[in-house]
Write a protein that binds this ligand. Structure first.
Ligand code: GAR
Length: 195
């Protein structure tokens, strides 16, 4: 089972996954970290964990299809079986979805289908809802759609600021994502993507 994590920015979820690998909670290693931003902090985190990383940006390519093709080639070259999105802020294209059926997983900081998109935490906060949460789901061609694998609620207290809510959500993400990924890897066993 070869695993790639795709991330665009800070990488705190990547770090939670890398820690879970290190402490044995996830029974596999992360073989590759890809970032679509060359200056993303997640690349520094990969270096710290000595996880191989690659980075290129959409703007280096003629169009989105060419970017996706390069990404697909990178994953194939590394014989990746499971793709974990951790703050990867792009829609996954059809070619990638076809190459990894039910093998691309995402985490989103809201209780989907509520508050999809780039600002799940802020949108829930501003909507004034009493609870929000975290969703782990299989990726399809939509924005934060696709079958839900697991959800965990987070209560929004009256006194919570957006910053406090962000901290609460991230704390839940850092527990939930490694646990769900560990379970998925155990269920997949030694199956490769080619099986
Ligand atoms: C996380 O909260 C993740 O759920 C969110 O981006 C953040 C990345 O943080 N993803 C989405 O909003 C996907 N639509 P991180 O870089 O510190 O892991």
């Amino acid at each position: 089972m070869k695993i790639a994590v795709l991330a665009s920015g800070n990488g705190s979820n990547f770090e939670a996954l890398a820690n879970a690998v290190r402490n044995g909670e996830i029974p596999a290693k992360i073989d590759l970290l890809f970032s679509d931003h060359q200056d993303a902090y997640v690349l520094k985190r990969a270096e710290k964990f000595q996880i191989p990383s690659e980075s290129f940006e959409l703007k280096e390519f003629e169009n989105k299809a060419a970017y996706e093709y390069a990404l697909l080639n990178l994953l194939k070259k590394n014989q990746i079986d499971l793709v974990i999105l951790a703050g990867y802020m792009r829609i996954v294209g059809e070619k990638l979805l076809q190459a990894f059926p039910k093998r691309i997983i995402n985490i989103h900081p809201a209780l989907l289908p509520s508050f999809p998109g780039l600002h799940g935490i802020k949108d829930a906060f501003e909507a004034g809802v009493a609870e929000t949460g975290v969703t782990v789901h299989y990726v399809d061609s939509g924005v934060d759609t696709g079958p839900v694998i697991a959800q965990e609620k987070v209560i929004i207290d009256k006194n919570d600021t957006l910053e406090i809510l962000e901290e609460k959500i991230h704390a839940v993400e850092h527990g939930l994502y490694p646990a769900v990924i560990a379970k998925i890897i155990k269920e997949l066993g030694h199956e490769t993507c080619a099986d």
